[in-house]
Design a protein around this ligand. Structure first.
Ligand SMILES: Cc1ncc(COP(=O)(O)O)c(C=O)c1O
Length: 385
C-alpha cells in the first residue's frame, strides 16, 4: 500500500527560509466576499485510537463555497497580475480597491490547466474581478469538476492529454491569444505567477497561527506539483520559527517527489503517462522547480501511496469516532489522514513508525485540502465494503 523513502535532512539554516513577513495576500483574502478562516479541528478520539498525542486537521473543504484551498493562490496571483499589467498604484490591494481601478479598463482573459480545483478558483476570481477565464482539464477529469468551472462563467473543456501536457497547451494558447497564464508551476521565463500562487497559499498558515493549540511534531503534506507543500513549509518555518518532521505524500502513479528523493539527484525526476489515480489534484508528474528545492531540503520522508490510502482517509473522516467532527474529504484531501491511520495501525509499518518517531508523544497536523469535489466518486467510496 505504501512505499516510503526517508532522508536525513541536509543541514540548512532555518533563517534562510525567513523572508520578511508580508501580509498583503492575507489581507487581500480577508477582503473577498464571505471570507472566513477554515476550521482547524482537533480529532481527539482518532488521535487516541491511533496512539498519538494529537491530530489536527485544517479543513479546506470549507474554503468559501469552493470546497478547496486553491482559490487562495489563484485569486492573489490574478490580483497581482492585474496590478502589474495596468500598473495600478494601489497601496492596499483589496477586492473593492481593485474593482474600482478596473472599472475603466477592458477585461483580460486568464487561462489555466487544472485538475479542477485551481480552475474553479481561477474562474471565480475572474468573475469577482470582472475578467474572462479559460480552463482546460486533463483527460479523465470528472464532469462535475468541468461543470463547476463552467458554472463560474469560464470557457472550459476536457483535453485528451495528461495534466503536464495540458499545462503546455494552456501556455501555448496564452501566448497565441495574448491571454494571461495562471499556472502553479514555474516554466522557463515564467516565475512571477507561480511565486504569487504560492504566496497566496500562505493564508492557511497565517490562519493556523491564530488557531493552533498544540504545536505539531509532524506535518503530513500531500503533493502534486508541490506548490502547496512548498509554500506551507516555508510559511510555517517563518511564522513558527521551527519545522516539525515533514512527510510528503503522493499517489504512486504520480510520485515525482518520491522518485526524485530516491534517485538522490539534485534535479526533479519526472513521471509520464496518464497518471491514473483517484487523487486527481495530486496527479502531476513534474515538480514545480520553485517548490522542489524547499521540499527536498526540508522533508524527511517521501511516501508513495496507492488509492486505497486516500479511500481509508475519506472513510475515517466521514465516520468519526465519538464526538470528533465529521469532515468531508475528497480523494486528494484525505490522503494524509489515510496515511497516518495506516502507519499507526498496520504492523507492517512498525519500523517506519520508529524511524519517524511516531508515538504517543506525536502531535500530527494534516490538511484536508478538498471536500467532495467529485461527489459521485466520494459517495461510491463511502459505500464500498
Ligand atoms: C485538493 C488538492 N490538494 C492538493 C493539491 C496539491 O497541490 P500542488 O499541486 O501545489 O502540490 C491540489 C492541486 O491541485 C489539490 O487540488
Amino acid at each position: 500500500m505504501l512505499k516510503a523513502h526517508i532522508q536525513t535532512r541536509e543541514k540548512f539554516e532555518l533563517n534562510e527560509m525567513f523572508e520578511p513577513e508580508d501580509l498583503t495576500s492575507f489581507n487581500f483574502h480577508k477582503s473577498l466576499p464571505d471570507y472566513k478562516p477554515t476550521p482547524l479541528y482537533e480529532l481527539d478520539n482518532l488521535a487516541h485510537d491511533l496512539g498519538v498525542k494529537s491530530l489536527a486537521v485544517k479543513d479546506e473543504s470549507q474554503r468559501f463555497d469552493l470546497k478547496a484551498f486553491k482559490i487562495l493562490g489563484a485569486a492573489w496571483a490574478m490580483a497581482k497580475a492585474l496590478v502589474d499589467y495596468h500598473q495600478f498604484n494601489i497601496e492596499d490591494i483589496t477586492l473593492s480597491n481593485l474593482q474600482r481601478e478596473l472599472l475603466e479598463k477592458d477585461s483580460l482573459t486568464f487561462v489555466t490547466a487544472t485538475d479542477g480545483n485551481h480552475g474553479r478558483g481561477v474562474a471565480r476570481a475572474a468573475r469577482w474581478l470582472g475578467q474572462n477565464s479559460v480552463v482546460y482539464l486533463p483527460h479523465g477529469a470528472a464532469k462535475e469538476r468541468l461543470n463547476a468551472a463552467l458554472a463560474e462563467g469560464a470557457k472550459a473543456e476536457i483535453l485528451p492529454m495528461n495534466y503536464d501536457d495540458a499545462v503546455r497547451y494552456a501556455s501555448k494558447m496564452a501566448s497565441e491569444n495574448n491571454w494571461i497564464l495562471i499556472q502553479d508551476t514555474a516554466l522557463p521565463y515564467y516565475e512571477n505567477i507561480p511565486i504569487n500562487i504560492m504566496k497566496g497559499y500562505e493564508t492557511l498558515v497565517h490562519e493556523i497561527k491564530d488557531q493552533v493549540s498544540l504545536l505539531p511534531t509532524h506535518l503530513i503534506l500531500q503533493a502534486g506539483v508541490g506548490s502547496f507543500a512548498g509554500s506551507f513549509i516555508k510559511a510555517f518555518a517563518r511564522e513558527f520559527k521551527y519545522l516539525p518532521t515533514v512527510i510528503i505524500v503522493e499517489p504512486e502513479e504520480a510520485n515525482c517527489y518520491y522518485i526524485s528523493a530516491k534517485s538522490g539527484k539534485d534535479n526533479p525526476q519526472v513521471v509520464t503517462g496518464m497518471l491514473k489515480t483517484i487523487m486527481a489534484g495530486l496527479a502531476c508528474g513534474e515538480p514545480n522547480p520553485l517548490a522542489f528545492d524547499i521540499i527536498m531540503r526540508t522533508a524527511q520522508c517521501f511516501v508513495s501511496a496507492c488509492d486505497e490510502v486516500a479511500k481509508l482517509g475519506i472513510k475515517r473522516l466521514a465516520k468519526p469516532l465519538g464526538d470528533d467532527p465529521v469532515i468531508v474529504a475528497g480523494e486528494s484531501g484525505s490522503v494524509g489522514i489515510g496515511l497516518i491511520s495506516l502507519l499507526m495501525k498496520d504492523e507492517k509499518y512498525i519500523s517506519l513508525r520508529k524511524e519517524l518517531n511516531l508515538d504517543v508523544n506525536s502531535k500530527i497536523m494534516c490538511v484536508n485540502t478538498e471536500g467532495d469535489t467529485d461527489s459521485y466518486n466520494y459517495m461510491k467510496i463511502l459505500n464500498e465494503k
